[in-house]
Design a protein around this ligand. Structure first.
Ligand code: LUZ
Ligand code: MOS
Length: 772
């Protein structure tokens, strides 16, 4: 058995204001002891009913008849709700109103919800589901983006980002290569499946506990479907057992259904999807079919790049147009390309609506340019890294969308990885190994990454924090941040403990609740700690200044002379006899407000969709990975010897948590690129509908060695405490795994024709090894 070898969290230099960067994830104890509460663990009210979704078993068709009678006759079945029972709008579309809560008249994908069965137990509800008979008049089914494009089936109009003069430049290129690439979808596989618990309160109010990244989206949509004002709906989120984008939009329908049933039956209702239901009914990462044309000069500069990307959006918009847009933002990865023409089509197919997934379309765009570079390198007989290195983005160069890159770390991280991990020596060793090893072959790939931080939709970049200091000196913090395993609550706790200079035990991070913090953006886009953390800094500093004023007045000194340190008040550098608790007691006596609310909206950013130009990102995250794979050329199997990364954390505020994010994202990226193969039948039925047929990385498939070194930089002021966003960017290191395998295959079979069709499963490897 392989063991994962990772370095200890990188050491951080002590800054002048030391925040406790070494603090452990505050959830680790309850997680380990199984005491952390998820939706299914919530104590439910007596008489709570249980719901199961009845969904379509036809991917496209007119609903001719549905017979619910046998199901309704089953003892213990309380009600079956359909579109007819919706008092408001039967509509849950986030960007466009194109998605009914329950199918009406037609079904558009296999797994589309048609009704909600409510029963005394979940077992009874599931039994009832098998007694429902639906008849359809079947219509033609589209499962691929290519078919959709041919038929003109689109979600929205195509988008193009253009820079320079692509057509004119191709005429001047020394080399031009054209090709196509495909990357498949990916199942989120959050450990906690989708679910919600809704309870009716007095006066028609409803409280929902939801496993969602976007509490406000759930509140808004529930209000719309139930025909209620938003203030009657309260959403509460303790934490999620994983989200990965799958609960940015797609946690909503289950919460709405539970609330609808609670409203109808005036009883609490719990709706938690089984894994099979979740796999079948929910959308995944978008598959993309792409064609590209890349033009280079003799000295390997990429002069022009043209790419057309077909996004398989599924049967409704969901977040697809926004995801398509981010694909364009990342179409040139970490490279400066002076002439770019990139176009994306959001193609409507009969699959469950595909949705946000860590990277939000960015990884798909980056895979295509890496494919183009790999093809060019192969045909020119040079190393792909020679092309990559020659084109890395430099200071003040422009992305195709008009943002001028500053504080660029593309070259910095590349050179640092190259030197620290002795790239040339590593290559020599691989050549040597390969020349002495007939069956096992090694391959290496370098993968640079760049990811823009901010919601690309500028108006979503805001957050709020509500801070109470209770009269005993303990602190309660509410923000819009949803804890989903990424450690954001720990980071928020660090911020407050640091500003008030109190022990972390004095700080409690409250659940995320729409009544305490309203109108929030989802926890997404790697931006949760930045946006909510900055709001929290503002709220805490306002409170701190208020407390300092009290001391300044008492000591008749300037507020600047007052400091709080380790729960003691200092004046002019001298420790006083006032403790934190006494200061709060004094503030109470003086009737000073001990609650503060703050709002943060990212400055600077803007984007003009009519021109497709602007400055959409607060900053970019950079990094470089070196991936080494060994392929067993008899069996087509492979393993990863090592992944060595130099990652741009900025100044990490919690190296342990951030390292965890890099490792998790890396493995998830490797899974997407190498193992995880989603398959739909031509009739639109999900074939890879269980973990026996959908292979995800396990302890045997992770690299034997993962080493992550922090890139030493000054950080970025747009990031919280200069600690850069870390959730999504490292997923894209996984793309290197695809090319490392391919390079090993070429060492075995020099005739192997480069193909870009992810994931690179062992079956594809075996075919490639013996293909002449
Ligand atoms: N979600 C979103 C995201 O709504 N907008 C984004 O730009 C984004 N980016 C990454 C991940 N989720
Ligand atoms: Mo998103 S892919 O929920 O950050």
């Amino acid at each position: 058995m392989q063991l994962v070898k990772t370095l200890h969290p990188p050491k951080v230099k002590k800054s002048s204001k030391p925040i406790d960067r070494g603090i452990r994830n505050i959830d680790s104890y309850t997680h380990l002891r199984g005491e952390s509460l998820y939706v299914d663990d919530v104590n439910v009210r007596e008489g709570t009913l249980h719901a199961v979704v009845f969904d379509s078993n036809c991917a496209h068709g007119k609903i001719k008849n549905i017979d619910y009678s046998k199901a309704l006759d089953l003892t213990g079945v309380v009600s079956i709700l359909t579109s007819k029972d919706v008092p408001g709008e039967n509509q849950i579309g986030g960007i466009f109103p194109d998605e009914p809560l329950f199918a009406e008249g037609e079904v558009h994908y296999w797994g589309q919800p048609m009704a909600l069965i409510v029963a005394e137990t979940k077992t009874i509800a599931k039994k009832a589901r098998r007694l429902i008979v639906a008849e359809y008049e079947e219509l033609p089914v589209i499962t691929t983006a290519k078919q959709a494009k041919e038929k003109g089936s689109f979600i929205s109009a195509p988008r193009s980002f253009n820079l320079g003069d692509v057509d004119g430049t191709f005429a001047e290129c020394d080399y031009i290569f054209e090709g196509e690439s495909f990357s498949n979808g990916q199942e989120h596989l959050y450990i906690e499946a989708q679910g919600a618990y809704a309870e009716p309160l007095e006066n028609g109010n409803i409280r929902i506990v939801s496993s969602t990244q976007g509490p406000t989206a759930v509140q808004k949509t529930t209000a719309q479907v139930l025909g209620l004002p938003m203030h009657k709906i309260e959403i509460d989120v303790t934490r999620l057992g994983g989200g990965f984008g799958g609960k940015e939009d797609q946690a909503t329908p289950w919460a709405v259904m539970a609330a609808l049933a609670a409203q109808h039956l005036n009883q609490s209702v719990k709706l938690i999807l089984d894994r099979h239901d979740d796999l079948r009914m929910t959308g995944k990462r978008h598959p993309y079919n792409s064609t590209y044309k890349i033009g280079l000069s003799k000295d390997l500069k990429i002069l022009a790049y043209e790419v057309e990307l077909l996004q398989n959006a599924g049967a409704a918009a969901d977040l697809s147009p926004a995801i398509a847009e981010r694909t364009l933002f990342h179409a040139t990865n970490s490279y400066y390309v002076p002439n770019v023409k990139s176009t994306v089509y959001s193609c409507k197919t009969n699959l469950p609506p595909n949705t946000a997934f860590r990277g939000f379309g960015g990884p798909q765009g980056m895979f295509v340019i890496e494919s183009a570079i790999a093809q060019a390198a192969s045909e020119l007989g040079v190393l792909p890294s020679a092309i990559q290195e020659a084109n890395l983005l430099e200071e003040n160069q422009e992305f195709s969308y008009g943002q001028v890159a500053t504080k660029v770390e593309a070259k910095n991280s590349w050179m640092s990885a190259k030197e620290k991990f002795q790239l040339e020596q590593a290559r020599e060793k691989i050549y040597e190994f390969n020349s002495n090893s007939p069956v096992a072959k090694k391959g290496l790939a370098v993968m640079p990454i760049t990811f823009g931080i901010s919601f690309t939709n500028t108006q979503m970049n805001h957050a709020r924090a509500l801070v109470h200091i209770y009269q005993d000196g303990s602190i309660g913090i509410s923000t819009a941040a949803v804890e989903m395993g990424q450690g954001v609550n720990t980071k928020l706790l660090q911020i407050a403990a640091d500003i008030f200079s109190v022990n972390g035990r004095k700080v409690k991070i409250e659940s995320t609740n729409t009544t305490r913090v309203a109108n929030t953006s989802p926890s997404a886009a790697s931006s949760t700690a930045d946006l909510n953390g900055k709001a929290l800094v503002m709220a805490c500093e306002n409170l701190l200044n208020r407390l300092k004023t009290i001391v300044a007045q008492e000591y008749k000194v300037d507020e600047k002379e007052v400091a709080l340190k380790d729960e003691w008040v200092y004046v002019a550098g001298q420790k006083t006899d006032i403790t934190w608790e006494q200061l709060i007691f004094k503030a109470m006596a003086l009737r000073v407000a001990l609650t503060e609310n703050a709002h943060y909206a990212t400055p600077i950013i803007h984007f003009d969709k009519s021109k497709e130009k602007g400055h959409p990102f607060a900053y970019h995250v950079y990094g470089t990975a070196i991936v080494t794979a060994t392929v067993d050329c008899l069996r087509g199997t492979y393993e990863f010897d090592s992944v060595k990364i130099v990652h741009d954390y900025g100044k990490s505020m919690n190296p342990g948590i951030d390292l965890g994010q890099v490792e998790g994202a890396l493995i998830q990226g490797i899974g997407w690129m190498t193992l995880e193969e989603i398959a739909y039948a031509e009739n639109g039925r999900l074939l890879s509908n269980a973990l026996s047929t959908y292979k995800v990385p396990d302890i045997y498939s992770v690299p034997k060695e993962v080493e992550v070194l922090p890139l030493e930089t000054d950080g970025n002021d747009m990031a919280i405490l200069k600690s850069k966003a870390v959730g999504e960017p490292p997923l894209m290191y996984g793309i290197g795994a695809y090319f490392a395998i391919q390079n090993a295959m070429k060492a075995f079979n020099p005739n192997y024709k480069m193909k870009f069709h992810a994931p690179m499963t062992p079956e594809k490897v075996l075919l490639g090894l013996y293909n002449q």
